[in-house]
Ligand binder design. Structure first.
Ligand code: XOV
Length: 320
């Protein structure tokens, strides 16, 4: 009956699967989740997590929500900067992204991203009770952050948004495309609308190259069903803005072709926050934290300055 097989090893042609528990569950890259920092979401899907711990005991927490098709490892530099301010930074790869489970860039409902973020935030808050928590979001992660804050209006000390998805870009979501997407979604939800042109994410060629060669970034086309979820998200964001009243730091490039800067202007006109700052970067493209050096260094400095003054006053360690 052929060579002896390890228990559980499938015989060719057999349909039985490996035991579906954490011991055997492998990431899309084939790494056992038991060897990776992870959480299991409410649907039992394993989400890969990253944690950046400060040297001293943390003064604040920061959750980072990454964007469509990318992964939280791309925020290492931002996180390192924040640990320098004694922040404990944490993030995960959203369902269907990076080293987390789920079909690539597929989500049953945009709310799954918000639900999973709140689960992770609640988990870390339990380990660090009483610390102020800030939430960061870029692009689609900006929409996730806004909707996460709108579910917990008093839980967050501040919201930092880097070229957030608020209004779909009129090019990528013309009314015809929206109509077509709605019709297609019923007929061919997996129909591909084509992938993001990497050259429009940043003017920094090295960063474009890093994006193109990053194996954890999804380079396939965007499915109609996912585009519908993004449209659903931007509609929900529009409804949530009037209830956002926490401090907001917002940054957007004038030449962003993926998320319209008009969305950020709209946010500034709509959120009732007492403190809301919009920094506009002339001629900059979409990924401001991975743009030309003068832009990205200004973005990091902006965030660092804004936060430094906030946690000083928050911990009352201000001047005399
Ligand atoms: O560093 C980074 N940043 C990234 C990549 O790598 C950019 C990407 C990201 O999140 N978005 C860029 C694309 C955009 C498309 O939007 C739509 C498309 C069709 C449609 F019908 C309706 C919409 Cl709204 C969503 C937001 C994350």
């Amino acid at each position: 009956a052929g060579p002896a097989r390890e228990p559980g090893q499938n015989r060719p042609g057999s349909t039985s699967r490996m035991p579906e528990d954490s011991r055997a569950r492998l990431s899309p890259q084939g790494i056992a989740y038991k060897d990776l920092p992870h959480i299991a979401n409410a649907d039992g899907q394993h989400l890969f997590c990253r944690y950046w711990k400060p040297q001293a005991s943390p003064r604040a927490l920061a959750f980072v929500a990454h964007g469509a098709g990318e992964h939280c490892g791309r925020y290492d530099e931002l996180a390192q900067m924040l640990t320098g301010l004694n922040f404990f930074v944490f993030a995960h790869d959203h369902v269907g992204h990076g080293q987390s489970e789920g079909d690539r860039m597929v989500v049953s409902d945009f709310q799954v991203f918000i639900r999973d973020s709140l689960q992770h935030i609640d988990l870390v808050k339990k380990e660090h009770p009483g610390l102020p928590i800030y939430i960061f979001g870029h692009s689609m992660g900006g929409a996730i952050s806004i909707l996460t804050v709108s579910e917990r209006p008093s839980d967050f000390a501040g919201l930092v948004l880097i070229s957030p998805l608020i209004l779909p870009n009129p090019q990528s979501a013309t009314s015809f495309k929206v109509f077509a997407a709605k019709v297609l979604n019923h007929l061919l939800p997996s129909f591909s609308l084509g992938s993001i042109d990497p050259n429009i994410i940043s003017r920094n060629k090295e960063e474009v190259e890093a994006y193109v060669t990053d194996p954890l970034v999804y380079h396939g086309g965007m499915k109609v069903s996912f585009a519908m979820q993004l449209l659903n998200a931007s509609a929900r964001v529009g409804k949530a803005l009037p209830d956002i009243s926490l401090p907001v730091l917002l940054m957007h490039g004038t030449d962003d072709q993926l998320c319209d800067i008009k969305g950020s202007y709209h946010l500034m006109e709509t959120v009732p926050s007492q403190e809301k700052i919009l920094k506009v970067y002339d001629k900059a493209y979409h990924v401001l934290h991975k743009e030309l050096p003068e832009v990205s260094s200004a973005v990091f400095r902006e965030i660092e300055t804004w936060l430094a003054e906030k946690i000083v006053t928050a911990t009352g360690a201000g001047g005399i």
